[in-house]
Every structure is written in C-alpha cells, then in structure tokens.
Design a binder for this molecule. Structure first.
Ligand code: NAD
Ligand code: DAU
Length: 375
C-alpha cells in the first residue's frame, strides 16, 4: 500500500512511521508534516534514507497540495496523526487548534474522498480497501471521578489493576464530553471522520488512546519535562495538588496498536487503546526522580526538592482511565512494555540524548530541517 502518515515528524507519528517503514518494505510510507514547533525531522533520522520512505513538508489544511500528493503517490490509506496536541497551549490559543484539528482533518477527509472518487471509490484497483484512520485521544470522553464506587470490572484489566482509583472507565460507547479547547477540537474531528463513514461510506477507523510516554516526546509534556528539569536542576511544576490521574502507555505499544488497527480493524469502528496503568501525577513524578537520580549517580531523592506545586491548569480533568478490552478481545493487542521497563528506558533515553533535548528546547532543529531537506 501507499500510505500517508500525517504528523509523522511528531512524537507518536515518528514511531508509527518507523514501525511501518521497517515492517512493510513493499509499502510506501509518505510522511506529511508541516513541521510546527512540535515536528522535528531528526525524529525520523533512522528511516530517512530507506527506499520506501518519503518526507513531504505540507500543511494538512492545504487541500490542493494534499490532493496533488494523493494523485502523485496513488495513495491507498491515510493514518492521520497531525494535530495541535498540548492542552496548555489550547487554553492560551484555541484558534490554531480549531484550524488544524478540525479544519485540517476535514480538508484531509475531503481530499481523500475526492481522490478516491476519481479512482474508483473506496476500493483500491487490487480489491483492497482504501482506509482513512484517525488517531484520537481519550480526552474526548471528559473526566472520571477518583472515587466512583460503582462500575463494571473491564474484561481485560489485569488482576490488581482494578479499581486503581475509581470503578468507572472510558468505553467506546461513552458519550463525548470534552472540557478543554484541545479535546473539544479532537472531539469535533472525530465526529467529522465518523460522518464520512456514515454519509459517504468511506472506510474510516478511529482510535482513542490514553497518555503516551517514551522517546522523542516534546519536552512541554509532563514526563520529558520532568526528566529535563531534573537533568538541568530546574523546578518541576506540579499543577494543583498533583492528584490528577493519567493512564500511561509506552508509545511503541501505541504504534503496534495503530499497525494492527490499520491492517485488521473493522471499517467504521472505534477502538480504545490504553495500558490499565493509572498513576497520580505526583506519584509518577516521584518515581521519575528516583529513577533519574539513580541513573545520574545522585543520592536517592536528592531532587525531590525540585517539586514545586503551582496554580492548577484551568478545567483540569481529574482522571482518565481507558477500558481497552475491545481491541484486546477483537484484535489480540496487548502492550509489550511493563511500566517499570518502559519508564527506565524512557528516563535513560532522555538522559542519554541530551543533544536532542537541547536542540528542541533551543529551536535548533528548525535550522537542521533546512539543511536536511534543502528548503
Ligand atoms: P506532537 O505534537 O508530538 O506532533 C504533532 C505533529 O503534527 C508535529 O510533527 C507537527 O509538526 C504536525 N502538525 C501540526 N499541525 C500540522 C498541520 N497543520 N499540518 C501538518 N502537520 C502538522 O503530537 P503527538 O503527541 O505525537 O500526537 C499525535 C496524535 O496522537 C495527535 O492527533 C494527538 O491528538 C493524538 N494523541 C496523542 C496522545 C499523547 O499522549 N501524546 C495520546 C492520544 C492521542
Ligand atoms: O490523554 C491523552 C492526552 O495526553 C493527549 O491527547 C494529549 O495530546 C497529551 O498532551 C496528553 O494530555 P495531558 O494534558 O494529559 O498531558 P500533559 O503531559 O500535558 O500533562 C499530564 C498531566 O500532568 C496533567 O494532569 C497535567 C499535569 N502537568 C503537566 C505539565 C506539563 C503538571 O502537573 N505539570 C506540568 O508541567
């Protein structure tokens, strides 16, 4: 297949592109990315020269450019990850979230519908399905309680994992209830994607995933920010009392789920992806300090003093918890990383790849792009 991966120079997109390029040498993987502050071509260094890989700098809102690319590459599938993704930025500047996440997704959907319409519809010439796969987030479901006493034990929750904090979970049939401009924009884009399935019969897929962690995440997000601040001995800002709960999944496990859904998911379906791995922010921060202090050869707990409680995020969702039973039951997906293993690998990666961290925090990588791709 010839597959466009939008947002492939970002955190999750680069892992998805890497997996597909390496696993499917006969497929062509075309990364489309506008290279905003969050996009970094260095994230793709190890696959850049592979013959089945191409990078195209383009904005998903540029309908003509995307349509021309689809025609040129005879695209069979789109895996759509490009987005504005940071909740705090969405609180400061909601417009760019509506532009990229809502209008950009709609523009991409319309380009796919137009191109596939020109070339025989939603079935490829070899009989295979044309697919539009939209990557979304658990944040569209809203927030859960910390203490909900009632609920159904998720079928695939590992023993001991339930109830970590509350007895309620996000399931695929839950009504959307987004709270931040970011999650509202993702919810809107999810609705547009489903409308293309229901209205035009486009084979669409949607997955809603929990918080990802791992290498190549922009250090405005909690985990790389904490590691970088420990490394450079700067304050670690904890919003509110650090009581909010997130369900953490290693990014490579998410990428494996994306591969599985793209190849085996039932068109028109939604799958929730998550690790049954809930942590309070303050607990995960303390754990990272412990691991980082050990790896840096510092005294255990030496950096606990960096923890600084700051004003809470506006509209801060209390708890996210995904019930990922459906993808486990129907597609046989299961995470491969244990959390202990994943967090150790992640902390080690950031402490080792300090040049990457320094470049993205200084903006140096934007110059790197010019020299790499001759723009
Ligand atoms: P990211 O911010 O690291 O990367 C986003 C990428 O999109 C960047 O490379 C950026 O340059 C590109 N981009 C932004 N606007 C663009 C535009 N207009 N045109 C083309 N490219 C554009 O994001 P991420 O954390 O890797 O998230 C990827 C996707 O996964 C997003 O859709 C996000 O909503 C979803 N998601 C993220 C998480 C998470 O924990 N990070 C969890 C669930 C779902
Ligand atoms: O749940 C999936 C979502 O996870 C994705 O859709 C988003 O794109 C991604 O950014 C992430 O959203 P969060 O808001 O959960 O992630 P973030 O890393 O910004 O924050 C994680 C938690 O840590 C959250 O409760 C806010 C808190 N936090 C965050 C930062 C950056 C702090 O306490 N201090 C901080 O400095």
């Amino acid at each position: 297949m010839n597959v466009i991966v939008t947002g492939g120079a970002g955190f999750i997109g680069s892992h998805v592109a890497r997996l597909l390029v390496n696993k499917y040498p006969d497929s062509r993987i075309i990364v489309v990315d506008a290279l905003t502050y969050a996009g970094n071509p260095a994230n793709l260094d190890d696959v850049r020269r592979k013959p089945n890989f191409r990078f195209v700098k383009a904005d998903i809102c540029d309908f003509e450019a995307i349509l021309a690319l689809m025609r040129e590459e005879k695209v069979d599938g789109v895996i759509h990850l490009a987005a504005e993704t940071h909740v705090d930025r969405s609180i400061r500047d909601p417009f760019v979230f509506a532009r990229t996440n809502v209008m950009g997704t709609l523009s991409l959907l319309e380009a796919a519908r137009r191109y596939w319409g020109e070339t025989g519809g939603f079935t490829a010439p070899d009989g295979g399905r044309r697919l539009f796969y939209h990557i979304s987030t658990d944040e569209v479901y809203g927030a859960l309680d910390l203490t909900c006493p009632e609920g159904v034990v998720p079928e695939f929750a590992p023993a001991g994992a339930h109830p970590a904090y509350g007895k309620d979970f996000f399931t695929e049939d839950l009504k959307y209830s987004p709270h931040s401009p970011y999650s509202a924009s993702k919810a809107s884009s999810d609705h547009f994607v489903r409308s293309y399935h229901d209205t035009y019969g486009m084979p669409t897929l949607v997955t809603n995933c929990s918080n990802n962690y791992g290498p190549y995440q922009f250090p405005e997000k909690l985990i790389p920010l904490v590691i970088n601040n420990i490394r450079t001995r700067r304050e670690i800002p904890v919003y509110g009392r650090g009581e909010n709960v997130r369900d953490w999944l290693h990014v490579e496990d998410h990428a494996r789920a994306v591969d599985l859904v793209f190849h085996r998911g039932e068109p028109g379906s939604t799958y929730n992806i998550g690790g049954f791995n809930e942590w309070k922010n303050i607990d995960i921060i303390r754990l990272i300090i412990k691991v980082a202090d050990r790896l840096l050869g510092r005294k255990e707990g030496e950096d606990l003093g960096l923890v600084t409680f700051v004003r809470d995020r506006a509209g801060h969702d209390l708890r996210y918890a995904i019930d990922s039973s459906k993808i486990r039951r129907e597609l046989g997906w299961t995470p491969e990383y244990s959390f202990e293993e994943g967090i150790e690998q992640t902390v080690r990666w950031y402490l080792t790849n300090t040049a990457w961290l320094d470049a993205v925090t200084s903006g140096e990588y934007l110059k790197y792009y010019d020299s790499m791709y001759g723009v």
